[in-house]
Ligand binder design. Sequence first.
Ligand SMILES: [Zn+2]
Length: 250
Amino acid sequence: MRVTILGSGFAVPSPNRAQTGILVETGKNRVLIDCGAGVLQRMAQAGNDITGITHVLFTHHHLDHDGEFMSLLKAMWLKGKRELMVLGPSETEEWLTKLMDAYPYMKGRLDLDITCLEDASQVSVGGAHLEARRNKHALDGLAYRIQDDKDSVVFSGDTAPCEGVKKLCDKSTDLLIHECSFLDSEGERFPDHTTPKGLGELVENLPVRRLVLTHFSPASENGIEEMVSVIARYFKGEIIPAEDLMVLEL
Ligand SMILES: [Zn+2]
């Protein structure tokens, strides 16, 4: 399994970080998790052809996670791609129907196979196993575990520290990608997100090998060293602050 961080940023622009996008390559599958602004360009910079994406998986429908999806569809169509699997929380189908109404010239360009997921959903993505768990955010969202015959990755989505991520990591997990949007000093203002202390307490006893921090706000970007040192008091595995275009081989 190969994981590429396409975007490690937040909803407001950063010169160094696109909004959320993670590419998970497992077997013949290319699963794009979330598609915020900047992800298409990052795909090109990473040398990944967008027509190779087999599945797009949404954690939730805030704009910094889905805002570039219609642009992705248009680009895929222009490059001759004709079908795509789309998975996400329960509102995904209605969201996409409304988008197609707003951009009628895109209707029917690709054959979209849409699957709406809920807490504890388990489905196959190609040969890999996908498990969804409800996380804890302003808008209903899902965290995911993707497991193939060798490796596993969990992505928290946007969330406060939650039971859903714990459940997904209750067995040996190679890589947990968890949002760490804010410093502890900012945490009370943003209860729908995670700060280093909360993340440290969450992962302290989980069987996770490597922890990737992502979804940095501009303020937290300047405090990443501090974040890592706080989490390291709890978590003894490797802690990796995400950067755009970072590739993690599992
Ligand atoms: Zn977000």
